[in-house]
Design a protein around this ligand. Structure first.
Ligand code: GLU
Length: 315
């Protein structure tokens, strides 16, 4: 049985790119006759809220993209699952894979900038010098520093490969392309990279469909699955939707968020237009999501990013 998930962060209104990913995750699972879980990734409690999560569910329902399990129940909201992340953290810690990092935020940001080809908010390539601190130095720093440490996992100099069902082969050397990454922030909040692995495993997810901006997080997630003794899921990463100028459609692009889209289109019009962008039908003819199930294939979607200008022009 295929168990897929859609795992949005309720930090704002869904935009066209999120809807595109949700549609493909939905089709992938529905075609396989599997189960779809809706998980709310609200670890960032500053930016996420219950009101935004409710709006997200309402938007998915309006689109006709249903789910079989999850939603707003605490067991499916990351902000309510801390004890699961704590248990995984303790497991990694007892395997000797975790160390405290006392670098300032600025130093970590500087590390980010060194990893130009993989720039993104989750990246910090290159290991940190805190890895080689002696136990006594750690103890001393722990009691002396007023600032609490962040916690990193030690990655090996090992190549992790995957065969993505849409993007093809992808690999990274964990030490040089990724580096020791943070799994718990200094404020005690567990990082996305750990939470996503723990949750996918705990919820029995064996299929992950998401935006290709997360492809370069996948090797470290596969490695974390293995370190925690879980079988990794299979993956299909979805192309990004780009604005006419070739830049990624950003959340700030208000004309592409669900509030604006719902005023301009009916749900079948929106689904039909997205299906046409995905190569699932030749014209942006209005359709219900269920009409697309039979003919859905990743070969039609392809791996190249998609420019949306010609369909979503203001009329
Ligand atoms: N919560 C992430 C997002 O909204 C998605 C994480 C995932 O699919 O692994 O971008």
């Amino acid at each position: 049985m295929i168990v897929g998930r859609f795992a949005p962060s309720p930090s704002g209104r869904m935009h066209l790119g999120n809807v595109f990913t949700a549609l493909l995750a939905w089709l992938d699972v529905r075609q396989a006759g599997g189960r779809l879980i809706l998980r709310i990734e609200d670890l960032d409690t500053q930016r996420c809220s219950l009101a935004k999560a409710k709006q997200l569910l309402a938007d998915l329902q309006w689109l006709g993209l249903n789910w079989d399990e999850g939603g707003l129940k605490p067991a499916y909201c990351q902000s309510r699952r801390t004890e699961h992340y704590q248990a995984a953290f303790a497991k990694l810690q007892s395997a000797g894979l975790v160390y405290p990092c006392f670098c300032s935020r600025a130093e970590r940001l500087a590390n980010n900038l060194l990893s130009a080809p993989h720039l993104g908010e989750n990246m910090q390539a290159g290991s940190c010098s805190c890895r080689s601190l002696a136990v006594s130095e750690r103890v001393e720093k722990m009691s002396a520093e007023s600032r609490k440490p962040a916690w990193r996992v030690c990655v090996p100099a090992e190549e992790v490969r995957l065969l993505d069902d849409n993007m093809g082969e992808y690999w990274e050397n964990l030490a040089t392309d990724c580096g020791d990454f943070i799994i718990k922030r200094s404020d005690g909040v567990f990082a996305y990279q750990l939470a996503v692995v723990v949750d996918d495993a705990a919820m029995g997810v064996n299929r992950v469909v998401r935006g290709r901006d997360l492809l370069n997080s996948t090797p470290r997630q596969i490695w974390l699955h293995k370190m925690l003794g879980y079988p990794p899921p299979s993956f299909a990463h979805v192309p990004l939707l780009l604005a006419a100028d070739g830049k990624r459609l950003a959340k700030r692009e208000r004309s592409m968020d669900m509030s604006a889209l719902r005023q301009r289109y009916t749900a079948p019009q929106l689904i039909g237009a997205l299906a046409s962008l995905a190569g699932l039908q030749p014209e942006p003819r209005p359709v219900e999501p269920s009409e697309l199930i039979d003919n859905f294939s990743w070969a039609q979607v392809g791996s190249r990013d998609i420019v949306v200008e010609d369909i979503f022009v203001e009329s």
